[in-house]
Ligand binder design. Structure first.
Ligand SMILES: Nc1nc2c(c(=O)[nH]1)N[C@H]1C(S)=C(S)[C@@H](COP(=O)(O)OP(=O)(O)OC[C@H]3O[C@@H](n4cnc5c(=O)[nH]c(N)nc54)[C@H](O)[C@@H]3O)O[C@H]1N2
Ligand SMILES: Nc1nc2c(c(=O)[nH]1)N[C@H]1C(S)=C(S)[C@@H](COP(=O)(O)OP(=O)(O)OC[C@H]3O[C@@H](n4cnc5c(=O)[nH]c(N)nc54)[C@H](O)[C@@H]3O)O[C@H]1N2
Ligand code: SF4
Ligand SMILES: [Mo]
Length: 737
């Protein structure tokens, strides 16, 4: 994803609109919410005002938007025509931001839970009372247990400012972000240990590739607009597409070679390709001579990985592995080995990421057209931050002496383990800000136990979701359409075409509704009440943005006059990246890990069970879009993909209703339908992640489909990175009705 230049957020003072819609709604309304929206009649957007400066956050790619507004109400979102990133295009989710903004179920006022955690009864309270309560409860935890008694689960741009406060000024070490252990942790760690350069999916120069290799990435279902454009441009320009996926994904459907691999065995496949290239001297000998270290050791260590051995392990033809290797060799160095993003699959994922980095090195594909090319994004933005306090304890990861190759952080399972056992210290206060740990972290029972033992839980969200049910105090945030926020920077989506850069701060398209406040306001008010008032770095989000823009002689006013996006000349992104590719890494070995990329086999499903795989729906983002009426009208269930031969064996037909039961006898709370298809292997099933919400306040999304996370009770931890393998759970299908 495009890099934030900073992790700060900014504030727009809230204006308040009054109205009231009851929290609980009837099912009938939910059903009507699923009716497809009528097509907009031509001329419907006449007499609208176009407001610039919107930046989407229906997912984290942050496409640049304009809004069509009439009488203060947002009618439609479009891509900002000035954008050199997404252009006028936005995806279905981006479009449906209107429905999030005006969702009648949205949080409107501060709420106090007068029921139980997990079975809340909400009472509306004033901001004064809410902030006083949060501050005094957090202080009470600190007084009794010390700063280490506080924990935080943040995600997204809204959480950057409060995270900075709790991490630096308050000084708690227990901060668990959603996007590391459950997302890109293994990838980042694997590449860092190989090339000492942080990877990003953004670096695949696909428009200029001769071959694109996708390992698991499922473009067309996984959607980031400018990235999808790059991928399609590559195909249009004649790139050959190789897709490795046990399932006939949207990308597999466009591929020249589809490798229907046995789940969990990708590293063996990669090792066989590298072994073949080395043995047959088909790699980029010159590049490796200049940039490689330890090739001899790796070559020796992986020579067992013949095409035949990998074919057996991965359950694909040996001839196909050779075909792929030859295609890569014939087109090197203009080959994009896509890094992927969500890489926490099996607990052996660091090794897969490391193998991918090594293969990119063998082909000499760093810094060259069509390869791994970091775009030259603009620099020079100003900065500000919360000051550091004296409290800086080691993180739980450091204390445990685990995951040596991961950056310091707190994998959530260490946090849960510590909270539940009280060892090495109690954790009794919890702040959840833009994350849904119930659906995001495997083993829900453990997450619930963690929350139950807290003295105080506060949650800042936009919607009532599965996690908000566990809050004592629940605060309504401004949505991304109602606030100033992080600055999106980036480079022209088609690198080779033109070298241009852009700077686009998020600006509100409408004023905040009801009593919603943004994260700078909420954080500052907490800070004042907790005794840190003198440390506050900015009073409002605008102030913060202007401080950053001042670094590049810009301001909000100037950017508004430039239609919401500042564009400037960029730099040629190609050239020697001056990397060293460590095919053998001594440091890894010193810490007890394999020094060369190594395949670690995973457990196979027991008789009668299928491996549970999951991925993206093209019209949803995780769980956060589950109540969106437009998106649910497109896709309101996550049918379980089942191989046709297996369906026949089980006597299941397309459309049958089933529940899933996993290896630990956990049964899905809800049911879903069966999708019978030859497009999935016989040993696994597949569902979209994010469905099956348990919160009845979601009148559209409640109980739709199955929550994959509820069935992921077994956690495999990747030893080098500490990220979580979540595809090691097995399920049975049980016909219902
Ligand atoms: N529409 C939409 N787009 C999104 C998001 C969203 O929520 N919705 N989320 C965004 C985020 S944060 C992320 S991290 C990315 C995630 O998107 P990706 O990084 O593309 O996600 P993955 O989980 O790697 O990919 C899921 C695919 O992996 C396949 N798969 C399962 N097991 C294996 C295996 O053992 N080997 C191989 N080779 N493939 C396997 C599945 O069949 C599925 O097709 O998507 C981003 N884009
Ligand atoms: N089983 C399984 N687990 C997964 C994944 C998977 O594919 N399968 N994917 C993993 C990946 S790649 C990722 S990145 C994570 C994502 O994990 P999360 O970010 O936790 O996922 P979301 O469902 O988007 O939940 C975010 C929460 O933020 C709230 N929110 C949305 N917008 C705002 C806002 O503007 N302000 C505030 N305060 N709150 C807001 C939403 O209502 C929701 O409660 O999940 C990971 N976990
Ligand atoms: S890819 Fe779609 S949801 Fe994500 S930021 Fe862009 S328009 Fe929004
Ligand atoms: Mo992610």
């Amino acid at each position: 994803m495009a890099m934030n230049l900073t992790r700060r957020t900014f504030l727009k003072a809230a204006s308040i609109a009054a109205a009231s819609v009851p929290l609980a709604n009837v099912r009938a309304k939910a059903e009507s919410g699923l009716v497809k929206a009528p097509l907009v009649a031509p001329g419907s957007f006449k007499n609208t005002q176009t407001v610039v400066g919107g930046v989407c956050e229906m997912c984290f790619w942050r496409c640049q938007l304009v809004g069509k507004i009439r009488d203060g109400r947002l009618l439609k979102l479009e891509g900002n025509p000035k954008s050199i990133d997404n252009g006028v295009s936005i995806c279905a989710r981006g479009n449906a931001g209107v429905k999030l903004l005006y969702d009648p179920d949205r949080l409107k006022y501060p709420l106090k839970n007068v029921g139980k955690r997990g079975a809340p009864k909400w009472q509306r309270i004033s901001w004064e009372e809410a902030l006083d309560t949060c501050a005094s409860k957090l202080k009470a935890v600190i007084d009794q247990y010390g700063i280490k008694g506080i924990s935080m689960f943040p995600h997204g741009s809204t959480s950057t400012y409060p995270m900075d406060f709790f991490e630096k000024t308050v000084g708690t070490p227990n901060i668990s972000e959603a996007s590391f252990a459950q997302c890109r942790g293994a990838r980042d760690t694997g590449y860092l240990a190989t090339i000492d350069y942080p990877p990003s999916e953004e670096y695949a120069d696909m428009p200029n590739s001769k071959v694109i290799l996708l390992i698991g990435s499922h473009f067309g279902e996984n959607i980031h607009v400018s990235h999808t454009k790059q991928y399609l441009k590559g195909l249009e320009n004649g790139a050959k597409l190789i897709v490795v996926d046990p399932r006939y994904s949207a990308s597999a459907a466009k591929s020249h070679i589809w490798v229907q691999i046995r789940p969990g065995t990708d590293t063996a496949w990669l090792l066989a390709i590298m072994n073949y290239l080395i043995q047959n001297k088909k790699y980029n000998i010159e590049f490796v001579k200049e940039h490689g270290e330890g090739l001899g050791k790796m070559a020796e260590g992986i020579k067992q990985w013949t095409l035949e051995k990998a074919a057996q392990e991965c359950d694909v033809p040996a001839a196909q592995i050779k075909e792929v290797a030859d295609l890569l060799a014939a087109n090197m160095p203009h080959v994009a080995i896509h890094t992927g993003r969500h890489s926490s699959w099996y607990g052996n994922d660091f090794q897969r990421a490391r193998s991918m980095a090594c293969l990119t090195g063998l082909l000499g594909a760093f810094g060259v057209k069509g390869g791994f090319v970091p775009p030259a994004n603009p620099g020079g933005l100003g900065d500000y931050s919360w000051p550091k306090s004296g409290h800086h304890d080691k993180t739980l990861q450091e204390l445990a002496g685990l995951y040596h190759f991961a950056p310091p952080g707190t994998p959530p399972d260490l946090l849960r383990e510590t909270a539940i056992t009280g060892k090495p210290y109690p954790i009794k206060g919890c702040i959840i800000w833009g994350q849904n740990p119930i659906q995001t972290i495997p083993n829900q029972e453990k997450t619930i136990k963690t929350l139950e033992q807290m003295d105080f839980v506060m949650c800042v969200d936009v919607m009532p979701t599965d996690i908000t049910m566990f809050a004592d105090i629940l605060l309504p945030d401004c949505s991304y359409l109602e606030r100033y926020d992080l600055i999106r920077t980036g480079t022209q989506w088609n690198l080779a075409e033109e070298h241009r850069q852009f700077i686009a701060p998020r600006m509100p398209l409408v004023a905040p509704g009801f009593e919603r406040k943004d994260s700078v306001y909420i954080t500052n008010e907490l800070a004042k009440r907790m005794g840190y008032g003198d440390k506050i770095p900015i009073q409002t989000q605008e102030e913060g943005i202007n401080k950053m823009l001042a670094g590049v002689q810009l301001s909000i006013e100037k950017i508004k006059a430039e239609d919401g996006i500042h564009i400037q000349p960029g730099k040629d992104p190609y050239g020697d990246m001056e990397l060293t590719i460590e095919f053998y890494n001594e440091e890894l070995e010193e810490h007890g890990y394999p020094g060369i990329p190594t395949y670690i086999p995973v457990e196979h499903p027991p008789e009668g069970y299928y491996r549970l795989l999951y991925g993206r729906s093209s019209v949803h983002t995780f769980n956060r879009t589950q109540n969106n009426a437009w998106l649910m009208a497109e896709n309101n269930i996550n049918p379980v993909w089942l191989n046709d031969k297996q369906a026949a064996k089980l006597g299941l037909k397309e459309g049958d209703t089933v529940a899933l039961i996993n290896q630990d006898n956990v049964k899905s709370r809800t049911t879903t339908t069966v999708k019978v298809t030859p497009g999935i292997r016989q040993d696994c099933v597949y569902i979209y992640h994010g469905f099956g919400s348990r919160n009845p306040e979601l009148t559209v999304g409640h109980d739709r489909g199955i929550d994959d996370q509820s069935l992921i009770t077994k956690l495999a931890v990747d030893p080098e990175s500490g990220s979580y393998g979540m595809r090691n759970n097995f399920v049975k299908l049980v016909k219902v009705g």
